[in-house]
Each structure stands twice: as structure tokens, then as C-alpha cells.
Design a protein around this ligand. Sequence first.
Ligand code: ZN
Ligand code: ZN
Length: 280
Amino acid sequence: MKDPEIDAIEQAMVTDPKIEGLLKVLQMLVRINREGPGGTRGAGFVPDESVISDGFPLADARLLPDDIEQLQGRFSRFVGVLLEKDPKGTEEIVRFYTDGKVFRGLLSGVLAQEYQFPNEFSGGPEPVVLLAANEALRWLLDPLREHAERTDLFREWIASYCPVCGAAPHLCFIEGEDGRLFLSCSRCSARWKFRRMTCPFCGEAGKEKTRYFTAEDDPIHRVYVCDTCKHYLKSVDLREKPIVFPRLEDLISIRLDVVAKREGYLRDTVDFVSVLAMGA
Ligand SMILES: [Zn+2]
Ligand SMILES: [Zn+2]
């Protein structure tokens, strides 16, 4: 069966061969995410939709199924893909999270945006663990996000974190003639409306504190930087390119990450682009 995201990644390898290695890693992540079986997915979790109007995201640790072995298997494979060149590092991380309780602690901590690595943890780069946990969660979050989008649940949402899973945005989209702005979740790819010209990480709205850079020959992407909190956020102009896959956009606009980092700005979330670069 044709998969538009896989096809778009393949197309990007042709137009931008310099980042072929990164795109291959992304493709493997997408493929693992697509795999069944869907048996334990969501585990009958029925979200309390009223939390949305109080400003809380839909998902919490109750989303995790009782039997998390399948998620553990996925997590291990994600780590293996991200650390392809470091089998020893992969082995150490997988071994550390073999204990079901430790693994459950990772997923629920990451979901609540408050995971602390245990003192005993010594294996491998921490961003890889966090990204692999995000990927494993994504598989559970997908049905929840689809449900919320279908029922237009985030209509009134005004916060800068994701209404589905609580994670911070990694990108924003500019849409429509009036240039409405939507944030895109770094973990589950949910999309929700947000104020323009406001830093989603610290709330700064002063004109002199926020500015943007562009890359030559790229009219679609920009990077907005905030001088108050020193974070950056890339944007995609959907008026120029209506169909996008957020993580692919994140990779193909990598030149803007380089510019922003050189100027001293950081990502607020797990740095997807640089973690993928480790495995590429
Ligand atoms: Zn999310
Ligand atoms: Zn800021």
C-alpha cells in the first residue's frame, strides 16, 4: 500500500541528497510506528474530554496499558535505529529498561514532562532515550490525536503545550490569507492554533525581543528566535506548501537549526534533528 509520508521522505532524498542519512533514519522510525498489531493500542483508555477546558492535555499515565511488553519491544527497536553505529550503547539502554517498572516510570515521566534519569543510569546518550520513549508513546497517542482532530476538541485551546500529550511544539505553521499560526507538537504531531508574534516557550510578545532568520533559496521555512528565553522555533508557510509531514519538514529545514544554534539559540524540546544526526 502506498504511504504518503514514506513517499515524501523518498522524494526528499532525491531533492536533498546531502541529508539522505538523516532521512533514512526518519523513514525507519515511521515504518516501525506503522507496524501492528494494534491490540494493546490505547488499551481502552477513554479520555476525560472535560480536562481540555481546564487547560490540561488529554493523555496521562492511565493511557499506558497493563502489559507494556510490546511497547518495550518498540522502544528497543527505536533505540537500535537511533544508535545504529553504537550497538554497545543500544545494549546498555535496552538492558537498563528491561525492568517493566523502570520502563513504565520512563514512559509516565516523559508523558508528564518531568522524567528524571535514575542515578543508576549510565548507559548512552539521554536524548536518545527520551526520543525513543516519545516514539513509543506516539503509537499510543495517534488514535487519541485522530479522535480529538475529528471532533474538533481543541477549538478553545490557547496554551503553548500540546492539548493531546502536553509536549512542547517543535514547529509552527502559517496558514490562510490572514496568516493564522498553528503550533505542531514535537511528540504526537497534533496541531493547534496559537497567537502570532508570541514566544511559545516564555510568552514574550515584545517586537524588539523576537525576530526571524531565513535561509537563502528557501521561501517556505523561517526560524523565529526569542531573546528573552533564547529558544527558537522554525515555521513552515503552508500557503506555499499545503501538504506537510511535520517531522520531515523539521529535517529538511536543518540549515535553519544550524543558523539559530550558531547565533546562540536552543531548542526547547528533545532535539530531534541532532539526535537523528547521531544515527545517520
Ligand atoms: Zn502532542
Ligand atoms: Zn521566549
